[in-house]
Design a protein around this ligand. Structure first.
Ligand code: SF4
Length: 329
């Protein structure tokens, strides 16, 4: 079995809600509430959920920008959640980050070469000679002419800027890349180009990646495994093909139908899904039973009282839903 690159165990990030003159804690927001997953070498895992489900906070915790409330994070077997501040800084340099907002994540007055060299500088690589070659190599790797090194971000198209952002994540030779909605801001044809680039990198560079997105259609070609996140929890986890051909959780089915390119091939009636009208519950006041019960069209009496446990329905396919028990009985 290939090596585990990133392993997250029962990770929680809760925020106290404080009010009043004495700033007393009056509640807790359960934004990330017990997430576990494992990413192996060369594997791409997609984390899918609507905005507000906790995926951005999870990324911030993984990047060390926020401290978790509890739980463990292992990078190549080392528990990075217990390291000293200095050791943590070094370790976090092994994480390559790709942001959605390409313009905001690059200094407008720095050339592409300076942007890439700065990434090397930040991880302690200050050898000017080798930096020049590394910039050339990484630009070629992401499909850009090395002559682009002298351009400013504003002189590039949206797709080219996203390639530079990918190059900046790769130039430090990271253990794993964390990509936060990396194609959401691009139009469909540019999305396809960037996704093709990721597929090339998977094949040629053995890229390990956590790919965060809100749309299941986007990750169809590149994810090996998919995690469906809702209100700080993973409701379904499965190999990619299982999610598209044999989704079990009503929320996953809603997400599938919400993607026009996937929904075309689905008989919606056979899915028995839809959404009750209403907002996602407040993470400060989650439902007592199933987290999805306030929106699930298939909710039963039991769903409002009892939180479903995570069950393995086939190898590597885990679901949190009482319907699984009904199917089994
Ligand atoms: Fe719907 Fe009940 Fe399953 Fe929750 S446990 S997803 S409410 S059927």
């Amino acid at each position: 079995m290939s090596e585990s690159i990133l392993r997250v165990e029962d990770l929680k990030k809760h925020y106290p809600i404080k009010k009043g003159f004495f700033n007393r804690q009056v509640g807790t927001k359960y934004v990330v509430d017990g997430i576990s997953f494992d990413i192996k070498s060369g594997e791409t895992v997609a984390l899918i959920g609507e905005s507000g489900c906790g995926k951005t906070v999870l990324l911030r915790v993984l990047l060390g920008l926020e401290k978790q409330t509890s739980g463990k994070i292992f990078l190549k077997g080392i528990d990075i959640s217990t390291l000293s501040k200095r050791e943590r800084k070094k370790t976090y340099q092994k994480l390559g980050m790709i942001f959605q907002d390409t313009s905001g994540s690059m200094h407008p007055r720095m050339t592409i070469e300076q942007i890439l060299e700065e990434a090397l500088y930040l991880v302690g690589d200050r050898d000017r000679k080798s930096q020049y070659q590394k910039v050339t190599d990484v630009l070629l790797k992401v499909g850009l002419d090395p002559a682009f090194r002298n351009r400013l971000p504003i002189q590039l198209s949206g797709g080219q800027r996203q390639r530079v952002v990918i190059a900046r994540a790769l130039i430090i030779n990271p253990a794993i890349v964390l990509a936060d909605e990396p194609v959401s801001a691009l139009d469909v044809s540019l999305q396809a180009q960037v996704l093709n680039l990721f597929m090339d990198l998977q094949e040629n560079e053995n890229l390990s990646m956590l790919f965060v997105a809100h749309d299941l259609a986007v990750v169809r070609q590149i994810a090996h495994r998919i995690l469906i996140m809702y209100m700080g929890h993973i409701l379904e986890e499965a190999p990619s093909n299982e999610i598209y051909s044999n989704a079990k959780h009503p929320y996953t089915k809603v997400l599938l139908i919400a993607s026009p390119s996937i929904a075309k091939g689905i008989n919606e009636e056979s899915f028995h899904v839809g959404l009750k009208v209403g907002d996602t519950p407040d993470p400060a006041n989650p439902p007592q039973g199933c987290l999805f019960c306030t929106r699930c069209m298939q909710a039963m009496e039991r769903c409002y009282k009892e939180r479903p446990e995570r069950k393995e329905v086939s190898p590597g396919h885990f679901v949190c839903c009482h319907l699984i028990d009904e199917e089994e009985s």
